[in-house]
Design a protein around this ligand. Structure first.
Ligand SMILES: Nc1nc2c(ncn2[C@@H]2O[C@H](COP(=O)(O)OP(=O)(O)OP(=O)(O)O)[C@@H](O)[C@H]2O)c(=O)[nH]1
Ligand SMILES: [Mg+2]
Length: 410
């Protein structure tokens, strides 16, 4: 009965979605709107289409129904009028919120929350056994406490999460099955993690570089530029779920480069937990390339979110070298770009480069900065004996001789 629990069907036809978010006390309205834009992008990435959106001004979500009952009635009417199939809320809904909202909306329309949507996208994208196990685990963990709350709703739902029948007894049985599944998946994951750790140990003599950052900033595009690895790069959120590792050489200096899953605001907690092993590559990296979409209006917030997620994963900057890569500067007006460079360097957090991966702008600066950081790492490890590949570096990369002519070198 539980077999298809992880399939939230948004793809039979292009479903029509209504989005709902809040503008809380400490938020600007513009910000609330940008959050809903991101939710719309998530919705698109899940294969559905956002047809209407609602933002309510509230100090905080209402315990029983998230938004007010008047707003819910408005949403119900709009859903009817727009022939919507699903209403998606920008925060996690508690079991009782789910139940109450379902009732208020008449019970005929699917109600999803942000985490369920993200989990759905992850489950669609998961390709390797490892990603599959990680996503399934996160989904079951998210579902378990919500089973009762979702039950009445799901029992009526066509083509949705595949639960049938109703009643406490079935819920109890399902809970048991899900707990067993969770235990089983956790064991599987442990096994995969062990194999992974062995594999990583076997490669330990190379300096490791990890591409990290918010979703859709251009990590995979950069990976492909460095390696021609054929990694999927798409204008979709979470195009990449699996970590790809490739051996690359810059000016003859070898290193391991990994592309990782992107982060997002309010990434479901269980998902972060499950994806820890995928992110192990970042965890063991010597250099983090934090890729940033410089053209995004919420750039600063995205950067903070990435830093916080890294911290929660135990991947703090600490002994790792951080290079911030501001990408997509082709989408910035020249003044905005100059302003960003000036304010960034004014604050001097860490070395930074400003590039466009798509237009191949300034990639040489990125290569040079990276190779200098690599050389530093190799020197620190070599205990005085210069590795051969560093002895053949071009003079302008040998140490502290800057490129005085401002020339670029291919
Ligand atoms: N305009 C512009 N678009 C870019 C640039 N770099 C990447 N893109 C586009 O941005 C989108 C996302 O790129 P990806 O490389 O898939 O981004 P990612 O960070 O790997 O995304 P996830 O795997 O989803 O986390 C794609 O449509 C790219 O073509 C750039 O410098 N300028
Ligand atoms: Mg990617």
């Amino acid at each position: 009965m539980i077999e298809s629990v992880q399939r939230i069907s948004l793809k039979n036809r292009r479903e029509r979605a209504i989005l709902v978010g809040l503008c809380t006390r400490d938020m600007r309205f513009e910000q609330a709107r940008e959050y809903l834009d991101e939710l719309a992008f998530l919705t698109e990435s899940a294969g559905a289409r956002a047809v209407r959106s609602f933002i309510q001004n509230l100090d905080k979500p209402i315990n029983a129904t998230y938004v007010g009952t008047g707003k819910l009635e408005e949403i119900r009417l709009a859903a009817e009028e727009a022939e919507a199939d699903v209403v998606i809320f920008d925060d996690d809904l508690s079991p009782s919120q789910l139940r109450n909202i379902d009732k208020a909306l008449g019970g005929e329309i699917k109600v999803l929350d942000r985490s369920t949507l993200i989990l759905h996208i992850f489950s669609e994208r998961a390709q390797t056994a490892q990603a599959r196990v990680q996503v399934d685990l996160a989904q079951y963990q998210y579902l378990l406490p919500r089973l009762a709350g979702m039950w009445t709703h799901l029992s009526r739902q066509k083509g949705g999460i595949g639960l049938k029948g109703a009643g406490e007894k079935e819920i109890e049985t399902d809970r048991r099955i899900i707990r067993d599944r969770i235990a089983h998946l956790q064991k599987q994951l442990e096994k995969i993690d062990k194999q992974d750790a062995t594999r990583r140990r076997n490669r330990s003599d190379h300096v490791r570089v990890a591409l990290v950052g918010y979703t859709n900033v251009g990590k995979s595009t950069l990976m492909n530029i460095f390696t021609k690895a054929g990694v999927l790069a798409e204008d979709k959120l979470f195009a990449t779920l699996d970590t790809t590792v490739r051996k690359v050489a810059l000016y003859g200096v070898p290193f391991l480069l990994s592309d990782t899953v992107g982060f997002i605001r309010k990434l479901p907690h269980h998902l972060i937990e499950s994806f820890k092993s995928t992110l192990a590559e970042a965890h063991e990296s010597d250099i983090l390339l934090h890729v940033v979409d410089a053209s995004h209006p919420q750039m600063e917030e995205h950067m903070t979110n990435v830093q916080e997620t890294l911290r929660s994963l135990g991947i703090e900057e600490g002994d790792r070298t951080l290079l911030t890569v501001f990408n997509k500067v082709d989408l910035l007006e020249p003044e905005a770009r100059a302003h960003l460079e000036a304010t960034w360097f004014g604050r001097a957090h860490s070395p930074a480069v400003f590039i466009s991966a798509a237009e191949k702008w300034n990639l040489e600066a990125l290569r040079q900065t990276l190779v200098e950081l690599l050389a530093e790492k190799y020197r620190a490890r070599s205990h005085g004996e210069e590795p051969v590949f560093l002895q053949t570096l071009p003079y302008y990369l040998m140490g502290d001789t800057p490129d005085e002519n401002g020339q670029t070198y291919e």
